[in-house]
Design a protein around this ligand. Structure first.
Ligand SMILES: Nc1ncnc2c1ncn2[C@@H]1O[C@H](COP(=O)(O)OP(=O)(O)OP(=O)(O)O)[C@@H](O)[C@H]1O
Ligand SMILES: [Mg+2]
Length: 679
C-alpha cells in the first residue's frame, strides 16, 4: 500500500455549493426529485420490503410472498393476492404523489392504511429497475408495467400484484456502496418481514432466498405467530398484556424479567398496526420494569397500542417509523400501567391449579395488592392498583377491515399453563445428566423439621431463627397432605444443599431458589413500607460499629434523613468509625454491617436531591438482598412452608430482584419424561 504523502487535491473552485460560483435557482427534474426522496425512504433492500409489504397488506392480501436474490440487492419480488391495480391506473402507481389511499386532509388525519404518501413506488423506481404485474379483481388477465420504459403489456397471473425490484441503486453507485454484505442485507429483509408478520398473524407469509424457502408463517392466532416468528420460548417466558381505557387499548405480550436480553432486539411496538420506534413508549415500558430489571438488561415485548387515528399523527417521518401522539403523557401512563399490571400477576396465579373449579379463593387482603384469588389470570380483569378493575372484555377476533387495527388476537386460550411454567424438557434432561454425573443431590430435612438445637449448630454466620420473622405468617406445622394440593406452590418436602426448597403441588414438583424467593418477598415488603411512610426500624440492643471509609462517613452524614426513612440509623462515632443503632425490623436477620455498607454504597451514587423513585427501588433491592435468608441456611419444614405461602401472597414472587426466576415447576409429565415412562 502506498501511504506516502500525496499532495492534497486542490479544492475544485466551482464545486456545487461553493459560494464563489452561484448558480441560478431552477426546478429539479422529476427523476432527481424522486431520487432525493428515495434517499429518505429507501436505505437498503429491507426498506423496499417494508414498502412493498405495506402495499400488499393495504390491498387486502392474505398470502404474501417475498423472493430475494443476493440479499435483495440483485432482485426482490413481493407477491400478494390482494385486489390488484386496474391496467389504466398502473402508470399512476409509480408516479410521485399518486395514491389511492387518501384524497383530502381529513382522510390523512384519519388514515387507516399503511401507505398514504403516494411516493414509495416512485422512490423505488427511481433507484432500481421496477416492474409491476397486476391483475385487478374481475379483470380477465394481468398486465405488466415496466417502470423504466413505461411499456404496458398483457401478462399472466392470478388476482393480485407482484412487484419486482432489480439491481437496487444501480444508478446511484455511491449509495450502493453503503450496502453491507448480502448476508447482512438478507437479515435486514427478514427482520422487516418479521415486523409485518407479528402485526398481521391473520396473513400468511413466506420468504425465499435464492430459490430456497427460508421462513413460512401460515395465518395463525397471535401467540402462535409470535412463537413462530420470534422463538418458541417467548410465549412461555412472557405475560399477556391487556389494558383498555376508553378507546385506547394496549395489548400484546411482555417478556418476564428473566427473559430480558443484553440487546434491545426483541422489542416490537405497533401503533394502530404500524411498527414504530417510539422513545416515549419504550420509556414507558422500561419504567414498568424498574422494580424487577436492573442494569442494562433489555426487556422483550410485542405490544400493540390502538388509538383513534385522530389522536396520533403518523405523518412525521418519511418512513413512518415515528409517530406523534396528541396526548403523549396519557399514552405513557397507560402503557406503563398495562405492563406493570401484566408483570404484577404472580406466576403462581397462572398455574393450572388456578383453573380448577374448586380452587380456593382467598379473601382480598384490603391493601390493594394482587392476591391469589383462585381465578385464572386470563379470566380476570387486569387490576391496576388504585383503579377499579374494568370488566374483562375479550378482544374481538380479527375482522378486517372494521377491526383492521384492533390488534388481531383472535385466540386467547389459557396458554400460560403448565407447559409454559414448567421447566423445558431439555433443562430437565440437563438436570438429570448433571445429577447422574455428580451424584444425586441429597435431600435434607425431608419429613422432619430440625429442632432448635440442631439449627443453632449451623453456627455463626448463618441467620438466627429471627431471620425468618419475615415469613412467619404460615400456619404452624406441616400441611396435611390433603391440603397441599390447594396451595399453588404446594407443600414443602425438603431442602437441597441449603439452596433449594422442594415442594409438592398438584402438578408435580416445585423447586424454589430460597434466597432469591425470600429476597423478593422482603423487597416487596420494604417497598410497601416505604410507600406508606417510612420503613419501620428496630433499635439494636448494642450498636454495631465498623471501620468506615471517609466516603462512607460523608454519605452517612449527608443522607441521614434518607437513611431514617429507610429504617436505618447510621452515624459517625469517630472520624473513622460508623455506628449502626437502628435497622429495619423487616431485616432482623441479616448482617448489619453488610447492610449498612451496601446501602451507603448505593446512596453514594446519588446526591441529596436525587432521591428519585428509581434509585429508591435499587436501594431497597440492595437491602432485600442483605436481609434475605442466605443460601446454606437450613430451614425447617414450617419455615419452608411459610416461605411458599409468602411467595404466593407476594406480587412478582416468581422473579428475584435481579430478574432471575425464583421458582420452577417440574410437572409429572416432565418427571415421567426424565424416566422415559409411558413411552
Ligand atoms: N400490491 C399492491 N396492490 C394493489 N395496489 C397497489 C399495490 N402496490 C401499490 N398499489 C397502488 O399504487 C399506489 C401507489 O403505491 P405507493 O406505495 O407508491 O404509495 P402509497 O402506498 O399510496 O403511499 P406510500 O408512499 O405512503 O406508501 C397505491 O396507492 C395503491 O393504489
Ligand atoms: Mg405504499
Amino acid at each position: 500500500m502506498d501511504d506516502t504523502l500525496a499532495p492534497a487535491a486542490p479544492l475544485a473552485p466551482s464545486a456545487p455549493g461553493s459560494l464563489s460560483d452561484r448558480r441560478a435557482i431552477r426546478e429539479l427534474p422529476d427523476e432527481l426529485i424522486s431520487q432525493i426522496a428515495a434517499g429518505e425512504v429507501v436505505e437498503r433492500p429491507s426498506s423496499v420490503v417494508r414498502e412493498l409489504v405495506d402495499n400488499a397488506l393495504d390491498a387486502g392480501g392474505t398470502q404474501i410472498q417475498l423472493k430475494l436474490i443476493a440479499g435483495g440487492i440483485r432482485s426482490l419480488i413481493v407477491e400478494d393476492d390482494g385486489h390488484g391495480i386496474p391496467d389504466g391506473e398502473l402508470p399512476l402507481a409509480i408516479k410521485r404523489h399518486a395514491t389511492s389511499k387518501i384524497g383530502s386532509l381529513d382522510d390523512l388525519e384519519a388514515v387507516a392504511t399503511m401507505g398514504f404518501r403516494g411516493e414509495a413506488l416512485a422512490a423505488v423506481s427511481s433507484v432500481a429497475e421496477l416492474a409491476i404485474v397486476s391483475r385487478h379483481t374481475g379483470a380477465s388477465h394481468a398486465w405488466r408495467l415496466d417502470a423504466r420504459s413505461g411499456e404496458l403489456s398483457p401478462a399472466a397471473r392470478a388476482r393480485g400484484t407482484s412487484v419486482e425490484v432489480r439491481e437496487l441503486f444501480f444508478n446511484t453507485p455511491a449509495r450502493r456502496k453503503f450496502l453491507k454484505s448480502e448476508g447482512t442485507e438478507l437479515a435486514h429483509c427478514l427482520e422487516a418481514l418479521r415486523r409485518h408478520a407479528l402485526a398481521r398473524p391473520d396473513v400468511g407469509f413466506a420468504v425465499w432466498h435464492e430459490g430456497k424457502l427460508v421462513d413460512q408463517w401460515r395465518a395463525a392466532p397471535l401467540p402462535q405467530r409470535i412463537s413462530e416468528v420470534l422463538n418458541e420460548d417467548f410465549i412461555a417466558q412472557s405475560r399477556e398484556v391487556f389494558h383498555e381505557v376508553g378507546p385506547l387499548r394496549v395489548h400484546g405480550r411482555v417478556g418476564l424479567p428473566e427473559a430480558a436480553r443484553s440487546r434491545a432486539d426483541m422489542q416490537y411496538v405497533y401503533v394502530n398496526g404500524r411498527y414504530v420506534r417510539d422513545k416515549l413508549i419504550a420509556h414507558a415500558i422500561r419504567s414498568a420494569f424498574d422494580d424487577v430489571l436492573h442494569g442494562h438488561r433489555q426487556p422483550t415485548y410485542v405490544l400493540f397500542i390502538d388509538v383513534q387515528p385522530e389522536l396520533v399523527d403518523v405523518n412525521v417521518h418519511p418512513t413512518k417509523i415515528e409517530v406523534r401522539f396528541r396526548d403523549g403523557r396519557e399514552i405513557h401512563q397507560q402503557v406503563r400501567r398495562a405492563v406493570v399490571a401484566a408483570l404484577a400477576l404472580s406466576r403462581s396465579d397462572e398455574s393450572p391449579q388456578a383453573a380448577a373449579p374448586d380452587a380456593p379463593t382467598a379473601a382480598p387482603t384490603g391493601n390493594g395488592r394482587e392476591r391469589w384469588t383462585g381465578t385464572p389470570a386470563w379470566e380476570r380483569p387486569m387490576a391496576v392498583a388504585g383503579e377499579p378493575a374494568a370488566p374483562y372484555q375479550p378482544p374481538a377476533p380479527y375482522d378486517a377491515p372494521s377491526a383492521r387495527f384492533a390488534g388481531p388476537e383472535g385466540w386467547r386460550a389459557p396458554i400460560p399453563t403448565r407447559a409454559q411454567t414448567a421447566l423445558a424438557l431439555e433443562q430437565a434432561e440437563a438436570l438429570y445428566a448433571s445429577a447422574s454425573q455428580g451424584g444425586l443431590p441429597t435431600a435434607t430435612g425431608a419429613g422432619s423439621g430440625l429442632d432448635a438445637g440442631a439449627r443453632s449448630a449451623y453456627g455463626p454466620g448463618t441467620a438466627s431463627p429471627s431471620a425468618l420473622a419475615a415469613f412467619g405468617t404460615a400456619p404452624a406445622g406441616p400441611l396435611p397432605a390433603s391440603q397441599a394440593g390447594e396451595w399453588p406452590l404446594g407443600r414443602a418436602i425438603a431442602q437441597i444443599q441449603g439452596v433449594y426448597v422442594l415442594a409438592e403441588n398438584a402438578q408435580g414438583l416445585v423447586i424454589v431458589d430460597m434466597h432469591a424467593a425470600h429476597e423478593r418477598v422482603v423487597y416487596e415488603r420494604l417497598k410497601t413500607a416505604l410507600g406508606e411512610t417510612r420503613i419501620e426500624s428496630q433499635p439494636l440492643l448494642i450498636p454495631v460499629t465498623f471501620a468506615a471509609t471517609p466516603a462512607e462517613i460523608a454519605t452517612a452524614e449527608a443522607q441521614a434523613e434518607t437513611l431514617q426513612r429507610l429504617g436505618l440509623d447510621i452515624a459517625p462515632l469517630s472520624a473513622k468509625v460508623l455506628a449502626v443503632r437502628e435497622r429495619p425490623a423487616l431485616l432482623a436477620g441479616g448482617d448489619v454491617v453488610d447492610l449498612a455498607r451496601g446501602v451507603l454504597a448505593e446512596l453514594a451514587q446519588f446526591d441529596a436531591s436525587h432521591a428519585i423513585e428509581r434509585a429508591q427501588h435499587e436501594i431497597l433491592a440492595t437491602m432485600a438482598c442483605h436481609g434475605a435468608v442466605r443460601a446454606n441456611r437450613q430451614l425447617t419444614l414450617d419455615e419452608m412452608n411459610a416461605l411458599l405461602r409468602d411467595m404466593e401472597r407476594t406480587e412478582r414472587a416468581d422473579q428475584c430482584n435481579h430478574g432471575r426466576p425464583t421458582w420452577r415447576q417440574l410437572t409429572l409429565r416432565d418427571l415421567d419424561a426424565l424416566f422415559l415412562r409411558g413411552r
